[in-house]
Design a binder for this molecule. Sequence first.
Ligand SMILES: [Zn+2]
Ligand SMILES: [Zn+2]
Length: 309
Amino acid sequence: MPRILPRGEIENLDHTRIPRLRIPERAGVFSDRAARLRSLADASTIEGYLRLMARLAEAQQRALKSFEAPAIDDDVLAQARRHEMPPLPATGLARDPAWRALLARLLDEVAGDAGTPAQAVAACNALAHTLDTAPERVEQMADALLAGRVEGADVAPAPFVMAALQVYWTAMASGLRESQLPVGAFGLCPTCGTPPVASVVRIGGAHDGYRYLCCPLCSCEWHLERVKCSHCATTKGIAYHYIEGGRDGVKAEACDGCRSYRKIFYQDKDPFMEPVADDLGSLALDMLMGEEGYARRSGSPLLWQDTGD
Ligand SMILES: [Zn+2]
Ligand SMILES: [Zn+2]
């Protein structure tokens, strides 16, 4: 009888294999983002907002450090692999109420930071009050955000609610291995099923030179060949747009087939590129792409626009 190797071991035998996934590292996911947001703030027209989001990301890192993620059942993982479905679906997963304690903590820390502007303190306090008095309202907001929707008065508190959900999902995802996860549907995170915020061409280690799409919720990244539309998968009619005289290594990968774009960041131009931070720090590129008639297919977890009518 030939010995049959389980999937993970077969993959490990092939050293030329492109790593399919990049699982988030608990130690630095949010602190790297915070540092990047701060460094981008100086030259930004939205300096104050980037600094506020940096404070939020620092609070996220502290919260992640002490948060014990809910255990993920082996059967759930096996089922997900069998059916090519995300094991921790953004929509449909029963959330442990512990995520609301994470939110309370984030709000408390950001509001208590001496550098937080008064308006943001008031917004944090208002959301903390809702969390105390009407947690079901906050659960509804979370459901909408996880489905990519937000309306009216929920736009301002959305980044904070999303931040708590990010800590919750990232804590779970960081404990997984590539071999436990399915390939999943094209253009969606294999771990949680969320569309990517942007992509990054990584440097260093096994991921060197490969392009990864980045999940704005669970912080997993998954490989996609270069020069391919992350929305419709075509390899034809792809072009790269950038701001003349703008930062090196920040481009929009645009598809003439589906008329959409996502940003792509090149770490060989700047090793500190961080997809969520750099996306927020390059809003001028979004404006350019809008003027040129391309649609952005999925938004930033840190900046929401009303999706209502
Ligand atoms: Zn994900
Ligand atoms: Zn396309």
